[in-house]
Design a protein around this ligand. Structure first.
Ligand SMILES: Nc1ncnc2c1ncn2[C@@H]1O[C@H](COP(=O)(O)OP(=O)(O)OP(=O)(O)O)[C@@H](O)[C@H]1O
Ligand SMILES: [Mg+2]
Length: 228
């Protein structure tokens, strides 16, 4: 079997790309899949998170920094794809980087994390444009179409967030996932311990991530064992 490829991208910094990548990767790993994370951010956040784990309880997915390779990382993907069920590419926030474009052209699914605040809603337009361009490029090469979704991240309660979400919904050209990740301390806590929120046992955050995994498994048409 060759791995499904998922790109997590948004040129906007700090919108939870790495949080999404790592929670998904580790939770899919705990639920029986062989997962490989390609860390394409020169900040190496995903790789540092991975190395934060203890030898006794390693992070439940492989993570490797390939940022120095820039777009050439694509050449390494087919060899990785043979050995894994899913590859998740964590993109850098830089607007000028060609990495998101290269990743999108090779992916089955793009996830765009977006915080429901106006600066993120404005930036989402640029992310959408890149998805639409990648779709066009793939169609002209006779390839399958790229699936793309928004993921609401760091969600908080309040009228301001509801209004921003309405603005996003009214202009969005790609669907918004039903699953969301709320702002919760346990998310950065899992980073500190080099694990995922599920590693701490049952919690609302772990249920949110499991629901996200289930929704994405449906989109990717892959089988994942049930959450424990
Ligand atoms: N659901 C959440 N609840 C609480 N904190 C969160 C949540 N999601 C992300 N964070 C925190 O918000 C910050 C930004 O998240 P993250 O690093 O995942 O964003 P990013 O888009 O990858 O950033 P960059 O653009 O720098 O790569 C981090 O400090 C992270 O720990
Ligand atoms: Mg990041």
């Amino acid at each position: 079997m060759t791995a499904k490829i998922v790109t997590v991208f948004n040129q906007k910094g700090g919108c939870a790309k790495t949080m999404t990548t790592m929670q998904l990767a580790g939770t899919l790993g705990l639920r029986g899949l062989r997962v490989f994370v390609v860390d394409m951010d020169p900040q190496n956040t995903a790789a540092l998170w991975f190395h934060q784990a203890s030898a006794e309880t390693p992070f439940p997915a492989e993570v490797l920094s390939m940022a120095p390779l820039k777009e050439a990382f694509l050449e390494k993907l087919s060899a990785i794809a043979e050995k894994y069920d899913i590859i998740i590419i964590d993109c850098p926030p830089a607007l000028g980087s060609r990495v998101p474009w290269a990743a999108l052209v090779a992916s089955d699914l793009a996830i765009i994390p977006v915080v429901p605040v106006m600066d993120n809603v404005w930036a989402s337009k640029q992310a959408e444009e890149l998805v639409l361009e990648a779709r066009q490029a793939r169609t002209s090469r006779g390839g399958d179409n790229l699936k793309a979704v928004y993921l609401l991240s760091m969600v908080r309660r309040g009228n301001i967030f509801d209004s921003c979400l309405e603005t996003l919904k009214s202009g969005a050209q790609i669907p918004i996932l039903k699953s969301t990740l709320a702002m919760r301390n346990v998310f950065p806590e899992s980073q500190l311990y080099g694990c995922v929120v599920r590693s701490f046992g049952k919690s609302v955050a772990a249920s949110e991530v499991d629901a996200l995994v289930d929704e994405l498994a449906g989109l990717l048409e892959i089988k994942v064992s049930k959450a424990k």
